[in-house]
Write a protein that binds this ligand. Structure first.
Ligand code: PLP
Length: 464
């Protein structure tokens, strides 16, 4: 008796020495798989010749089984000569049912890049170029830090545009900022860090759970119009802090010059690490950009960047520039996590940066986002003039603080019911309460829809 499993795309268990004819066994095996949802409707079966060869039976045996299943309605022959499953559960019901959230009619939430403007042609050329010119080694396992071409391109770009002091050897490419910060927090914990400070409020969804999982205490440090309160940071006993110095998320404040000096002084004195999340540094509308902190203290500051706000979050590409002693452990953590990010995408991004396409895309997008920001500010000024917007000169979102008599959650809920998606600040607070506020992401919404969204918001606030 021999049990045979095939490797031609469908699992069939056969007992060659048994009393049940082989074609009946094949029928039963495939029928069971269809009923159990292992072979969902629409999936293709291997050609009879291939399955027969794999099972070590004559082709006629498989043809007979397929014919019987077709007669029962389980299988159907399709144009092109292949056989498909025609009955049973569809792939969605057979497996994970993906929750479909209905998007709001006008989505002013958060502040994401407008992916409808993704430079598809440039990316296609870059991917094609990478695929045709990459050596075979690129398709093997690579170093955890990422492909050298991208690390070189990123170092050149950051040094030129953000004033960093980055060397390709210090860079680790990650699956976005989200993965990088999680790995880094683990590396810091392994190196003896006990407490991580986060700006309060901040987008702690990535750092916070990772820090807790790594056994670090997390402490929120309030921010004001000059960025993080460095006096409170100094009292916190933190070993590392995550900052968004060039445009605090979500309040939009810029870390003031005295605070920049103070935070660097704190890190040097305490031997602490500053993690600089430079998430939307490319968008500066009215003021000269502030250089990255990393350029002032490359031995104390980890610089984190991402393609999510410049190109698209779906690329899942981020980069961390690390002080010498952290670069190797971070690359090892990346290897341990997933053996490195996909090489072709890294090569394509390297090509995009090197050929100036990345800069060109940003030059094209800046005025688009600026016009949308202006449309938002004009609409707020017209319809809700008492909501003073903050953090307007940079980025892809604006914050407005709410007066005490307006409940943030009630405004967010009423706006959602009226078809406008908007987020409040409170869910991003860590440990310090503060006034309610609204985060207006304007980057993905047309100027007309922004005006309409603000009109609706003004109406629902008026009704509250
Ligand atoms: C504050 C902040 N940092 C970083 C990022 C980038 O994250 P990722 O690269 O994981 O998409 C975002 C994206 O929304 C963000 O809001």
């Amino acid at each position: 008796m021999g049990k045979v499993r095939t490797n031609s795309g469908v699992l069939v268990v056969l007992d060659h020495g048994g009393r049940i004819p082989l074609h009946r066994q094949i029928e039963a095996s495939i029928r069971d798989s269809i009923r159990a949802g292992r072979l969902p409707r629409g999936s293709s079966l291997p050609p009879s010749r291939v399955l027969a060869a794999d099972l070590g039976v004559s082709r006629g045996v498989v043809v007979e089984a397929y014919q019987q299943l077709a007669a029962e309605g389980y299988l159907a022959s399709r144009a092109g000569g292949y056989t498909q499953v025609a009955a049973g559960p569809s792939p969605v019901t057979a497996g994970l049912r993906l929750a479909r959230k209905i998007p709001p009619r006008i989505d002013l939430s958060y502040g994401r890049a407008d992916v409808s403007s993704f430079p598809r042609d440039a990316w296609l050329r870059a991917i094609r170029g990478a695929l045709s010119s990459a050596p075979n080694d690129v398709f093997g396992y690579l170093a955890g830090s990422g492909v050298p071409q991208l690390r070189t391109a990123i170092a050149g770009y950051l040094n030129r545009v953000r004033g960093t002091l980055a060397h390709p050897g210090q860079i680790v490419i990650c699956t976005g900022y989200a993965q990088g910060i999680a790995l880094l927090v683990g590396v810091l914990a392994a190196a003896g860090a006990k407490r991580l400070a986060l700006e309060d409020p901040s987008s702690g969804d990535d750092a916070l759970p990772a820090a807790r999982a790594a056994g670090l205490e997390v402490t929120g440090i309030p921010v004001d119009g000059d960025g993080i309160r460095v006096d409170l940071l100094a009292e916190s006993g933190a070993d590392a802090v995550v900052l968004t110095p060039s445009h605090q998320w979500p309040t939009g404040s810029v870390l003031s010059a005295p605070n920049r000096a103070a935070v660097l002084g704190w890190a040097a004195e305490r031997g602490a690490v500053i993690i600089e999340d430079d998430y939307d540094a490319e968008y500066r509308y009215d003021k000269t950009p502030v250089g990255a902190l990393q350029g002032l203290a490359p031995d104390r500051v980890v610089y984190a960047g991402s393609a999510s706000k410049t190109l698209a979050p779906g690329l899942r590409l981020g980069w961390f520039v690390l002080p010498g002693q952290l670069a190797e452990p971070m690359a090892e953590a990346k290897i341990a996590a997933d053996r490195g990010s996909p090489a072709l995408e890294q090569l394509a991004l390297a090509d995009l940066i090197t050929r100036g396409e990345f800069d060109r895309h940003l030059r094209r997008m800046r005025p688009v986002y600026r016009r949308r920001r202006d449309a938002l500010l004009a609409a707020l000024n017209r319809r809700l003039p008492w909501l003073a917007p903050a953090g307007v000169s940079a980025g892809l979102h604006v914050v407005t603080w709410l007066p005490p008599h307006l409940d943030e959650a009630a405004v967010v809920e009423a706006a959602a019911r009226a078809g406008v998606g908007i987020e409040g600040v409170t869910p991003y607070r860590i440990s310090h309460p503060g006034p309610g506020g609204l985060i207006f992401g304007y980057a993905t919404v047309s100027e007309q829809a922004i005006a309409e969204g603000v009109n609706i918001l003004a109406r629902v606030i008026g009704e509250l």
